[in-house]
Design a protein around this ligand. Structure first.
Ligand SMILES: [Zn+2]
Length: 313
């Protein structure tokens, strides 16, 4: 009887310790997706978005820095456990605050932050708009004002040498007009930022859906063996990217077919019939219908299109 009781105590303690570890652990799950390549997947919205880590012989590159600076601190701690190489680079996949709020954490640790040149221009003004525009709360305004802009803005393509490993940055169109794809070719891993939401309705506030679909089509040539890390949702495959492309294509097609005063309700009903179980559908999915109709009507405020797509090779 004593042994059974002791075993029960041990089992209860183990469950309790696991619960404590979860509550106090980082706001993300650090998942290996290749040799020296990790996806930091947001845990129930605690970090605000996903991030990534690419480790070379001489340097580490971090992809995005979360909405919660505490999560960025936790990621830096995890990186210190994995390698002695310095965190030399941060890449912001776009300007949205849920991917840039922890920039200062890595800047203070000596990293240089790189992004498409539009991110430097938009990080304050467009995040104020993202978080409420004229109706923004003082707390949110303070968070936007505290953002650290990238040190360097690029356009087109950049390759970065981490020592025995090349990371390729490519500016592609769709989510904001300032999006970067981070391609770790030797590991067959692509960090798509918010150009990819896995089983989640995307934020279309700054989007051009027509360009976005074309960008996702270009991922097909990378093949089935490639791992795609989204900005929101779990690590995905090419099939997951294509399912997300299907969401955008359906939204665009339904918006093209909708007519009259009930257009918004009609499109929402058709989307809901297929995608109601996707994350954020009630919030971002609903808002996205209005954005899509505006894009089709030519009234959407959106980034300036780039005439020649960046080569992805
Ligand atoms: Zn995001």
């Amino acid at each position: 009887m004593g042994n059974v009781f002791r075993a029960l105590i041990v089992a209860v303690a183990a469950v309790w310790l696991a619960a404590v570890a979860r509550a106090e652990g980082p706001a993300f799950d650090l998942k290996p997706v290749g040799s020296g390549v990790y996806a930091a997947i947001d845990r129930d919205g605690e970090a605000g978005a996903n991030a990534g880590v690419v480790i070379g012989k001489d340097a580490v590159l971090v992809v995005d820095t979360f909405y919660e600076p505490a999560a960025a601190e936790a990621l830096l701690t995890e990186i210190r456990r994995l390698t002695k190489a310095p965190v030399r680079y941060v890449v912001n996949t776009h300007h949205h605050i849920d991917h840039t709020a922890g920039n200062a954490v890595f800047a203070n640790a000596g990293a240089t932050t790189i992004a498409h040149k539009n991110v430097r221009d938009w990080i304050k003004s467009e995040n104020l708009r993202l978080l409420g525009g004229d109706a923004i709360t003082p707390e949110r305004r303070a968070r936007v004002e505290a953002l650290t802009a990238p040190d360097a803005g690029y356009d087109g393509t950049v390759d970065i040498d981490l020592g025995g490993r090349r990371v390729r940055l490519r500016h592609l169109l769709g989510h904001t007009g300032g999006d970067t794809v981070v391609w770790v070719e030797d590991a067959k891993v692509v960090f798509l930022g918010d150009l990819f939401w896995r089983q989640a309705a995307p934020n279309l506030i700054d989007a051009r859906v027509a360009d976005w679909i074309a960008t996702l089509d270009r991922m097909a040539k990378l093949g089935d063996g490639t791992t795609f890390v989204p900005g929101h949702g779990d690590v995905g495959t090419l099939a997951d990217v294509q399912a997300f492309r299907g969401y955008l294509a359906d939204l665009s097609a339904f918006a093209g077919e909708a007519k009259g005063d009930n257009a918004e309700a009609d499109v929402l009903a058709r989307m809901s019939a297929k995608y109601a179980d996707w994350s954020f559908f009630k919030s971002l999915g609903t808002k996205g219908v209005g954005h899509m109709l505006a894009e089709r009507a030519g009234t959407k405020r959106a980034p300036v299109p780039v005439p020649d797509p960046t080569p992805f090779d």
